[in-house]
Design a protein around this ligand. Structure first.
Ligand code: UT7
Length: 325
């Protein structure tokens, strides 16, 4: 009998501090940085984002998302044998956020590690978890996207600091006789590493280079629209499906214009796309599982629906997962 993986529960968490565009514009104006609600909404679709307090780490956000996903799946943390956290903003250099999260969950013995693929991180993590479950290495996984991007934003750079937010989303992924995940497709092209990066690193006890995010927004935009269409078509082909089979498109939530472009190229009506970028901003690896959980809890996504998840981000990385929920 074939072995597949299937999502059995979702959860998410946003830190309580919510800033509307107007709130952020007021804070930035005090630092001499000029922006407006109008500019941000028109260019990105973002209306608000959440920022974690300085004492809160990625593993804290991930923990809350995991507790909700475990409850939805009817599972205990002790039953989990694989924990993968997709993040670019881990609690510390090492150990991984996944190991710190594991301890907070009270789980002992599960394999635990982080995946670093920036905004495509959750797609990568889901692909790895699916593979480990299919091969019998794992049976019940927690797959998480969690970020505190507010820590790496340059609040003197209006071209980036208005775009991102903090949050976490998680799924419980379990071995199943029926799919589940139908196909996955992941890629990278490192020659574009400099268009979206945090170039600093720790050396000799000091941070060398900038520890803050820098982005060539237009270059990222242009690449993103191309690869998102490619990976959507590739994952559909691998699964032997067509656009007509998609019930919900859940893309990385970076910019509503990129998302609408993808839906249009796939000939999907806008109503079939889950949109949370307006309320969350770009939460990098957390954006897809956050959007998925919102869609599940709002009753939009129903058992048996076919979902196309797709992400793109720093690396340059991109990929997609097609699944029956
Ligand atoms: O998660 C990883 C994936 N990341 C992305 O998908 C991001 C992709 N890129 C984008 O979403 C867009 O390129 C941005 C939203 C980042 C920028 O939008 P844009 O339409 O490409 O704007 P632009 O960079 O061409 O800037 C247009 C103008 C500039 O002024 P001038 O030179 O025309 O006078 C900017 O200085 O808008 C100005 N501007 C702003 N004005 C007010 C840039 N940022 C702001 C701001 N508030 N926050």
């Amino acid at each position: 009998m074939s072995r597949f993986s299937r999502i059995t529960g979702t959860g998410s968490y946003l830190p309580p501090r919510r800033l509307t565009n107007a709130d952020l514009a007021t804070e930035l104006a005090a630092k001499g940085v000029e922006t407006s609600d109008e500019w941000i909404v028109e260019r990105t679709g973002i209306r608000a984002r959440h920022f974690a307090d300085p004492s809160v780490c990625v593993s804290d956000l991930a923990l809350q998302a995991c507790l909700r996903a475990l409850e939805a799946a009817g599972r205990e943390a002790s039953e989990i044998d694989l924990i993968i956290v997709a993040t670019s903003t881990p609690d510390m250099v090492f150990p991984s956020a996944a190991c710190i999260l594991q301890n907070k969950l009270g789980n002992v013995g599960a394999a635990a590690f982080d995946v670093q693929a920036v905004c495509s991180g959750f797609i990568y993590a889901l692909t790895v978890a699916d593979s480990l479950i299919k091969t019998g290495t794992a049976t019940k996984a927690l797959v998480i996207g969690a970020e505190v991007f507010s820590r790496i934003l340059d609040f003197s750079d209006r071209t980036t600091c208005v775009l991102f937010g903090d949050g976490a989303g998680a799924v419980v992924l379990e071995a199943s006789d029926v799919p589940g995940i139908l196909a996955t497709d992941i890629h990278a092209d490192g020659k574009y590493s400099s268009i979206l990066c945090v170039p600093g690193h720790v050396s000799g006890g000091q941070v060398t280079g900038s520890p803050l995010l820098t982005m060539d927004g237009q270059a990222v935009f242009k690449l993103a629209v191309g690869v998102l269409e490619d990976t959507a078509r590739a994952v559909l082909e691998k699964a032997g499906k067509t656009q007509a089979d998609i019930d919900w498109l859940i893309p990385h939530q970076a910019n509503i214009r990129i998302m609408q472009n993808t839906a249009k190229k796939l000939k999907l009506p806008p109503e079939k796309m889950i949109v949370t970028v307006d309320q969350h901003g770009n939460t990098s690896a957390a954006s897809i599982p956050l959007a998925l959980d919102v869609a599940v809890r709002s009753g939009k996504v129903q058992q048996g629906d076919t979902l196309l998840l797709e992400g793109v981000g720093g690396g340059f990385t991109w990929g997609a997962v097609l699944l029956d929920y």
